[in-house]
Design a protein around this ligand. Structure first.
Ligand code: ADP
Ligand code: MG
Length: 624
């Protein structure tokens, strides 16, 4: 044997992955072929780009095709490409380590899932989406051998081999042309993959859209098509779905599809898909951008960060523009004016598409919204260029919707009462909390619609928006003149405190509570609750975020306390105050605390528990 064989260890995560790949049952092992073919296609795509843009590109003249050889006697399968190949360093880097956090996260989840369901089959269908598709070869092979040579001038040929159990070896090879050839020695239960018919069948099923000819023992089996350049009327739904599955390494159908072309002012062919699942929501780490940028069918940048805004990272697809210069350097893409224009046109079109979908099929849009609303909210909070279009797509529950039903700002405005001053919203962790809280009382009383916000980001967006279609947007918990006034019913006015009592009680309250409040006043918005706190600045959820950041839970920002002078608790406190009973102070503090809790603020429980015991004690001993 060759003395120059070097043995190296796989990185820990890869060892864990290989352990699962080698020792598990799978739901579908055919995917290994799709992964190896798509790697060959990626390498060929890159070569095509370098051929066009590098100085001596003409020397790269081998046909760009993927050839597959089956050998039924030797039980082997070989997949070869004339792509960019790999240097020794690249072999070590690309097939021995993973740097991407998404891949590591995927492996971690896989390892957990495997532990949970000891003997059950493992679903590896996402392996390609998480950037570790190559290793699926070990589902069917005892041994994988790679002969490769980089396209770079003077590159040497290398041979990489591994049986997938912890180590791989590297040695010099004798491949005379650039490109890569991967040979699988098939496991005894995987000999079917050395049959040409079986391989052809799988390619037709999963790899029909690979943009290079795929030949099995010399016979071409796929139809090479960049379908995004075709006229939409010539493409069937099945073709779209197959294409989506190819570019996203996906098994499910896409949720939405948008294919549009334009020639002026810019030439654009765009084919965009919304996947059927949002993996970020399911706890995987942050997604990478998923739109590839092409010029006249030549890949310019994969997963381009320049072509769509960051909040659109859930979208998969292709954008092709004839106007792009082919030799644009990948580094300068980011600040290229043409790319920014393309980005704006495509994003605007995509948002318009979502708006149309929402109108045409609200139920389907709702399903989309439930999975992907995070991205729209992130955009509405950060992307000023498209904010209005994004806000239009947001949905909320309200006191006029049934639980789980959603409404838009547009529909809200359509339902507004003639004399209604503003669009109102109120925050809380969920519907029940909001509906049992004090902020809704005045709106219930007047039959006015209020949007419910369950997340701080909702409040942030609405707070920053200030108005929609010329109507002010007002947080119900803010100290604000735009709130409706309660018309007191006679019975309620009857039970009210006298004006003198009110005056004295208010100054007593302020004195008693001190710095904890900025002001105490009589409320015009309360019906059933004794008191409510109003935020002097921002919304309560913003204050809560600030509290959490400062890590000082006792530091509740002082707000305005409004009291309901018709409420028995407040009237009772007034009597105690007049009688000089010290218990009045404890009761007043508890009213403030309760109002802060109802506002969703974080309360230091220690003082409160003691006070509650003293209140309880008084209540249970009262009649003795
Ligand atoms: P991904 O394709 O998502 O990057 P893979 O695990 O499939 O992840 O492949 C890892 C890397 O190995 C690729 O990014 C590429 O750099 C390299 N590679 C794999 N197959 C080939 C090939 N046929 N030619 C050149 N490079 C390859
Ligand atoms: Mg791959």
């Amino acid at each position: 044997m060759n003395n120059n064989v070097e043995t190296r260890e796989f990185q820990t995560e890869i060892r864990q992955l290989l352990d699962i790949v080698i020792n598990s049952l799978y739901t579908d092992r055919n995917i290994f072929l799709r992964e190896l073919i798509s790697n060959a296609a990626d390498a060929s795509e890159k070569l095509r780009y370098f051929k066009l843009t590098e100085e001596n590109g003409d020397r790269l003249n081998l046909p760009l095709e993927i050839s597959i050889q089956t050998d039924e006697k030797a039980h082997t399968l070989t997949i070869s490409d004339n792509g960019i190949g790999m240097t020794k360093e690249e072999l070590i880097e690309n097939l021995g380590t993973i740097a991407h956090s998404g891949s590591k996260e995927f492996i971690r989840k896989l390892t957990e899932a495997k532990k949970d369901s000891e003997a059950g089959p493992v679903d590896l269908s996402l392996i390609g989406q998480f950037g570790v598709g190559f290793y699926s070869a070990f589902m069917v092979a005892d041994k994988v051998t790679i002969h490769t040579r980089s396209y770079k001038p003077d590159a040497e040929s290398w041979v990489w081999t591994s049986d997938g159990t912890g180590t791989y070896s590297l040695a010099k090879g004798d491949k005379s042309t650039y490109g890569t050839s991967i040979t699988l020695d098939l496991k005894s239960d995987a000999h079917n993959y050395s049959q040409a018919e079986e391989i052809k069948r799988i390619i037709k099923r999963y790899s029909s859209f690979v943009p290079f000819p795929i030949k099995v023992n010399g016979e071409k089996v796929n139809t090479v098509e960049a379908i995004w350049t075709k006229n939409p009327s010539q493409i069937s739904d099945e073709e779209y779905t197959e294409f989506y599955k190819y570019i996203d390494n996906a098994y499910q159908e896409p949720f939405y599809k948008l294919h549009f072309t334009s020639d002026a002012p810019l030439s654009i062919r765009a084919l965009l898909f919304v996947p059927s699942e949002n993996y970020e929501r399911l706890g995987f780490s942050r997604m990478e951008r998923g739109v590839n940028l092409f010029c006249k069918k030549v890949l310019i940048q994969e997963k381009s960060e320049a072509i769509v805004p960051e909040w659109m990272r859930f979208v998969r697809g292709v954008i092709d523009s004839d106007d792009l210069p082919l030799n644009i350097s990948r580094e300068t893409l980011q600040d290229n004016a043409l790319i920014s224009k393309l980005n704006k046109v495509v994003t605007t079109r995509f948002l318009k598409f979502l708006d149309e979908q929402a109108k045409e099929n609200p139920d389907k849009y709702k399903q989309f919204y439930e999975k992907f609303n995070r991205f729209l909210k992130e955009g509405a909070a950060t992307d000023y260029t498209h904010r209005d279009a994004l806000v239009k797509l947001l949905r909320f529950e309200s006191n006029m919707t049934a639980k789980g039903e959603l409404t838009s700002l547009e529909d809200y405005v359509g339902r507004m009462k003639e004399d209604q001053k503003a669009i109102y919203y109120v925050g809380g962790t969920n519907r029940e909390v909001i509906e049992s809280g004090p902020y809704l009382e005045v709106f219930k009383d007047k039959g006015i619609e209020v949007l419910y916000t369950y997340e701080a980001v909702d409040d942030y967006i609405l707070d920053n928006l200030h108005e929609y279609k010329g109507k002010k947007i007002v947080a119900a918990e803010q100290d604000n003149a735009e709130l409706p006034d309660i018309d007191l019913k006679e019975t309620q006015t009857e039970g009210d405190l006298s004006e003198d009592d009110k005056k004295d009680l208010l100054s007593w309250f302020k004195e008693t509570l001190g710095d904890k409040v900025t002001e105490v006043r009589v409320s015009k918005r309360l019906v059933d609750s004794p008191g409510v706190v109003l935020s002097a600045f921002g919304t309560h959820s913003m204050q809560k975020v600030m509290q959490l950041m400062s890590k000082d839970l006792t530091n509740i920002p002082a707000g305005i306390l409004e009291i309901n002078s018709r409420h028995p608790v407040i009237k009772g406190i007034n009597e105690l105050r007049k009688a000089g009973d010290p218990f009045a102070k404890e009761a007043a503090e508890q009213v403030l605390h309760n109002a802060q809790i109802a506002a969703g603020l974080i309360i230091d429980p220690r003082n409160m528990v003691n006070r509650l015991y003293s209140i309880l004690e008084r209540a249970v001993t009262k009649n003795n």
